[in-house]
Design a protein around this ligand. Structure first.
Ligand code: KG4
Ligand code: ZN
Length: 347
């Protein structure tokens, strides 16, 4: 059985994981995630600081993952490393580290697309979260709606035209004076909010929308953010209104995510919906998704926070898939800020 060491350094988490198994029968032997707190001070990720922090922590993080799995570098069959998309300086730390291990031990090197990793993440926890399914990936950098026919065959249906869903949470949190990252604080605050006080329209959801319309599956959140800004400016008592605005914002954003995902699952006849990315930690989203898609008999799978946010377990899992297909990266593997997901099939 192959043993994979996964490495993830695309943004502000330094992570390493050991995974063994074959096909969908895998075992996560260890997962270490070191989150870089330094960015909180700046209200967003500072790329230069992220690279430097990865550099100081990658070795101990990987050593810890190996030790937790009771294996040594010599046992590793393949090193799966995120090669993009992400912050290039941050990615290069993981890529260089992965190459060094592959070169030194003779293990295979497998470059992994970060978003393909997110597609695999939920299956590590839920054995039924396997293709065919409709995937909604919602993170700080991406909002993607993908029909997954089988592993390695991805039909890209929709994406955000401006801000990512997590980015919208973070920006609105800032407007409301909440800490970064803003997703969790908004979710908590929204629980105390009255949903009828501030109603924002669901972005990109038109009643007469039809499949084939350019905006049928796409998302857009910058207009919603502006609507929130106007509500904040128009409030004569922001302390009183804060929770209501957070609730109105979250309801509108979730409404848009849920509607587009429902359309995709319905159109392609999928009875499984797999969520991924940091915003998938939002229980209001998971609940609303399950409710809206129950009429088509769909089951919603959401990963626990450790697997929803950036982690090396998902990279190891996606890497295993490519490793088992005989795919290898050369030692000249590079890092890419943006990169199309491999295995795209025509929509
Ligand atoms: O996947 P992730 O950890 O990192 C990226 O690849 O971006 O996602 C981070 C994003 C942040 O924007 C954060 O605000 C959001 O996920 N997030 C949430 C929640 N927890 C994290 N958004 C909404 N509700 C949450 N509970
Ligand atoms: Zn991510």
């Amino acid at each position: 059985m192959p043993l994979i060491l996964g490495i993830e350094t695309s943004c502000d988490e330094t992570s390493a994981a050991v995974l063994s198994g074959t096909g969908d029968q895998t075992r996560l032997d260890s997962l270490v995630i070191l989150s870089q707190d330094v960015h909180r001070i700046f209200g967003g990720v500072v790329p230069e600081l992220a690279s430097r922090a990865h550099l100081t922590s990658i070795v101990p993080v990987a050593e810890r993952a190996l030790a937790d799995a009771s294996v040594t570098l010599g046992d590793v069959d393949a090193v799966a490393v995120t090669a993009g998309p992400g912050l290039v300086g941050a990615l290069l730390v993981g890529v260089s580290f992965g190459k060094a291990i592959a070169h030194g031990t003779g293990a295979a090197l497998v470059g992994v697309h970060h978003m393909e990793g997110h597609l695999f993440a939920t299956s590590l926890e839920h054995s039924d979260a396997v293709p065919p399914f409709t995937a909604l990936l919602v993170s700080g950098g991406h909002t993607l709606l993908i029909d997954v026919e089988r592993w390695g065959a991805y039909r890209m249906l929709g994406a955000t035209r401006d801000d990512a869903a997590g980015e919208a949470f973070d920006k609105v949190a800032k407007l409301l004076g909440l800490p970064y990252p803003g997703g969790r604080p908004i979710e908590q605050l929204a629980r105390d909010g009255d949903p009828t006080k501030f109603r924002f329209s669901k972005p990109m959801v038109r009643r007469n929308n039809e499949e084939g319309d350019a905006d049928f599956y796409d998302f857009s959140f910058s207009g919603l953010k502006t609507a929130v800004l106007n509500a904040v400016r128009g409030s004569d008592d922001i302390e009183r209104d804060k929770a209501h605005i957070a609730r109105g914002f979250q309801d509108a954003l979730i409404g848009s995510l849920v509607e587009k995902t429902f359309r995709a699952a319905d159109a392609y006849g999928r009875d499984r919906i797999v969520l991924g990315g940091g915003v998938a930690c939002n229980s209001a989203l998971v609940g609303a998704m399950a409710e809206r898609t129950s009429s088509i008999g769909a089951t919603v799978f959401a990963p626990k926070p450790r697997l929803a946010t950036d982690n090396a377990a998902m990279i190891a899992r996606a890497g295993l898939f490519h490793f088992e297909r005989g795919e290898r990266s050369d030692l000249d593997l590079n890092a890419f800020a943006s990169q199309p997901i491999p295995g795209l099939v025509a929509a």
